[in-house]
Design a protein around this ligand. Structure first.
Ligand code: ZN
Length: 217
């Protein structure tokens, strides 16, 4: 039973097709596991379709509150898009579309990080994010990693706990640098997660890249 879902903003951007590829991989993978978010997505798509059909996407309409739009959908004034059927086999550890990305990278290839942890980078065409799989040994803390900006973690197998909650298969945790947390894989099973982070700034200058960690930018 999934307890921690995608945030509405991200789902809305995904529905509109404006979400960067790195985040979209995680959103689509969560959708493969989560009927509740698939239903939520179809609501966003209904609203999108309403604006396109009625050509009424002027400022006044767009500024309508989400609640009033939702009321229109419920009252049948806006056609509800039929909830997307789950096209993907979600019983596998790596559901589609994640599996396709892993296959494109030549299959699962873990790189050891120490303390029983391992990671695998998932290449995408998106330079604004970094996407990787993380494996954390049962009972061990997540290896020290620095990140700035937003980090999304989607659990694929096992579970982890931090100061906020416990996260199991399908659960999503959004963290930014304001959240001090020390996630730890729960005992009994290794925890495998998909992690998406905002990519660090890329400088053209080799010198700037060299001193980047020192400057903390
Ligand atoms: Zn969900």
């Amino acid at each position: 039973m999934i307890k921690h879902h995608l945030d509405g903003d991200m789902l809305q951007q995904y529905a509109a097709g404006t979400l960067a590829e790195g985040w979209s991989v995680a959103v689509a993978t969560h959708l493969a596991l989560c009927p509740a978010c698939r239903s939520e997505l179809s609501t966003f798509e209904s609203v999108g379709g309403y604006f396109i059909d009625s050509e009424s996407a002027d400022d006044a309409d767009v500024s309508q509150s989400w609640q009033s739009l939702k009321a229109k959908i419920d009252a049948g004034q806006i056609d509800k898009v039929v909830p997307i059927k789950n096209r993907f086999a979600s019983d596998r550890t790596y559901p589609e579309p994640l599996r396709t990305y892993i296959d494109a990278a030549g299959g699962l290839r873990w790189r050891r990080l120490g303390r029983g942890a391992a990671q695998m980078m998932i290449p995408t065409g998106d330079e604004t994010t970094t996407v990787r799989l993380l494996k954390i040994a049962a009972g061990q803390p997540v290896p020290e990693h620095s990140h700035r900006g937003v980090e999304l973690t989607l659990v694929l197998d096992g579970s982890f706990s931090d100061e906020v909650s416990t996260f199991a298969r399908g659960d999503v945790e959004m963290a930014d640098d304001s959240l001090m947390h020390q996630p730890k894989a729960d005992a009994g099973k290794d925890c495998i997660c998909l992690a998406v982070t905002e990519a660090p700034l890329r400088f053209k200058s080799r010198f700037l890249r060299l001193i980047q960690p020192i400057l903390g930018i």
